[in-house]
Ligand binder design. Structure first.
Ligand SMILES: *[C@@H]1O[C@H](CO)[C@@H](O)[C@H](O)[C@H]1NC(C)=O
Ligand SMILES: *[C@@H]1O[C@H](CO)[C@@H](O)[C@H](O)[C@H]1NC(C)=O
Ligand SMILES: *[C@@H]1O[C@H](CO)[C@@H](O)[C@H](O)[C@H]1NC(C)=O
Ligand SMILES: *[C@@H]1O[C@H](CO)[C@@H](O)[C@H](O)[C@H]1NC(C)=O
Ligand SMILES: *[C@@H]1O[C@H](CO)[C@@H](O)[C@H](O)[C@H]1NC(C)=O
Ligand SMILES: *[C@@H]1O[C@H](CO)[C@@H](O)[C@H](O)[C@H]1NC(C)=O
Ligand SMILES: *[C@@H]1O[C@H](CO)[C@@H](O)[C@H](O)[C@H]1NC(C)=O
Ligand SMILES: *[C@@H]1O[C@H](CO)[C@@H](O)[C@H](O)[C@H]1NC(C)=O
Ligand SMILES: *[C@@H]1O[C@H](CO)[C@@H](O)[C@H](O)[C@H]1NC(C)=O
Ligand SMILES: *[C@@H]1O[C@H](CO)[C@@H](O)[C@H](O)[C@H]1NC(C)=O
Length: 351
């Protein structure tokens, strides 16, 4: 039988349960419309009440939690971008907001399903010839034999995504690279974004993401053009033109390596490094050049590491200089012969 005391406590319990329920109903999470664009790495949400604090936390294996700044728009919409972080090992995302003194959270995950080690690795790209780009990668160590990789590129955070249309295959027919023709009009702030995923009939293939490649940093310049050597008795004057490059950079930020070697010599000539000028010139005292020499020049960004190919080698020294010497000897011989002849004549005439 229920005692009056027990009945009262039951009432209280029911009451407080109702009270808690109604409080919960009032305080449902203000976070709505949570959307995650895994490819662009943008997390967005809306708030249906005023919040006093909002935070977005990204947990990536083996890394400290990342807390990107949350962009707040007037219409209570929020965005959190993490383009500079790699998520191909998977990631957990937490949205953490405070409203009416209470903390609300929402969890999302970025999984990378598929066989461990099946995704491509070592993605790298370079721009060349002003408007071409080549990318390459290595098949994952555990990739199935029938793997077919797909590379997607977009040229700005909100740009259109396009799949590679010209894959480069290795000897077994696996896609290991991509050639892009006719990149869009260049801007010095250009970044290139990539996603490499894949398909196979054996297993799901893991994706590989990359941090944005900075256009200016991945350009391989064309070799210096119009390399020429002239000789003016005191100097060999080496000249060349700055290469045409994709981005608007001062010529003074270019760094040239001038390589002059004596043909057949075992000792290597020291390389000469020189910053770009509007008119590039390097003087070699004529007296230091004996015998035939070869010349080539290459170029890179002063703070970069990627050299252009060498310009086509050209020869100088031997033929020109020797011809000069030959002329001197010839003239000497002629003068001598004339002198002898006239002396002979004189001798004859005196007779
Ligand atoms: C939300 O904040 C705005 C501006 O701070 C204020 O005008 C509005 O009354 C607040 N709304 C609520 C429901 O508290
Ligand atoms: C992500 O969440 C899952 C499930 O809660 C957990 O097992 C995993 O360790 C988390 N990963 C990271 C990087 O925090
Ligand atoms: C969420 O925010 C509250 C209040 O700022 C904080 O105490 C809590 O640690 C945060 N949670 C995470 C997962 O950062
Ligand atoms: C490929 O990348 C891994 C790490 O992602 C690195 O350890 C390895 O040296 C790279 N291999 C080549 C050939 O660049
Ligand atoms: C880029 O790829 C194309 C197509 O395979 C190839 O012909 C070209 O030599 C490559 N260029 C560079 C600079 O890697
Ligand atoms: C994306 O594609 C659409 C339709 O093809 C086009 O209208 C738009 O200008 C493109 N946007 C960019 C940034 O290229
Ligand atoms: C690969 O990524 C692209 C671009 O995000 C997507 O459209 C496609 O469905 C993905 N393919 C697979 C097999 O996940
Ligand atoms: C998977 O098998 C189908 C049918 O045999 C074939 O058309 C397709 O190309 C295969 N896909 C891959 C990635 O090998
Ligand atoms: C090389 O010289 C020619 C003729 O003077 C000129 O038209 C061309 O633009 C030069 N090349 C470069 C890359 O400056
Ligand atoms: C050769 O050229 C150098 C550099 O232009 C100049 O200083 C020098 O006077 C020239 N010598 C002769 C003999 O013209």
């Amino acid at each position: 039988m229920v005692s009056p005391l027990n009945f009262v406590s039951l009432l209280v319990l029911v009451n407080s349960a109702c009270f808690v329920d109604s409080q919960l109903a009032q305080k449902e999470s203000p976070i709505i419309n949570t959307k995650l664009d895994k490819r662009k790495k943008i997390l967005t949400w809306n708030s249906r009440r005023n919040v006093t604090q909002q935070e977005c936390i990204i947990d990536i294996p083996f890394e400290d939690p990342i807390r990107p700044t949350v962009e707040v728009s007037d219409d209570n919409s929020y965005a959190c971008t993490f383009v500079n972080h790699l998520v191909h090992r998977g990631a957990n995302l937490t949205v953490n907001v405070t409203a009416d003194g209470q903390v609300y959270q929402e969890f999302l995950t970025i999984p990378n399903p598929g066989k461990e080690g099946s995704g491509g690795t070592n993605l790298s790209c370079l721009i060349y010839n002003i408007r071409f780009m080549n990318c390459s990668w290595m098949p994952g160590p555990a990739a199935p034999a029938d793997v077919s990789y797909h590379l997607y590129m977009w040229a700005s955070l909100h740009g259109n995504v396009s799949e590679c249309s010209w894959y480069i295959l290795d000897s077994t027919g696996t896609r290991v690279g991509c050639h892009f023709e006719n990149l869009d009009e260049p801007h010095n702030t250009d970044n290139y974004f990539f996603l490499l995923n894949g398909t196979s009939n054996e297993t799901a293939i893991q994706f590989l993401d990359s941090i944005p490649f900075v256009g200016k940093d991945i350009e391989k310049y064309n070799p210096p053009a119009n390399v020429s050597v002239t000789y003016n008795v005191s100097y060999y004057i080496i000249r060349w033109d700055n290469p045409k490059i994709r981005f608007h950079l001062s010529h003074h930020i270019l760094c040239y390596e001038v390589d002059v070697q004596r043909k057949g010599s075992v000792s290597k000539g020291e390389p000469v490094f020189q910053r770009g000028e509007d008119e590039n010139k390097y003087l070699l005292p004529g007296a230091t050049v004996t015998g035939e020499h070869t010349l080539r020049v290459r170029v890179r960004h002063a703070y970069g590491t990627m050299w252009s190919d060498w310009s086509a080698a050209c020869s100088f020294g031997f033929p020109e200089k020797d011809f000069g010497r030959f002329l001197v000897i010839l003239v000497g011989l002629l003068v001598g012969a004339v002198a002898l002849f006239s002396m002979g004549l004189m001798f004859l005439c005196k007779r």
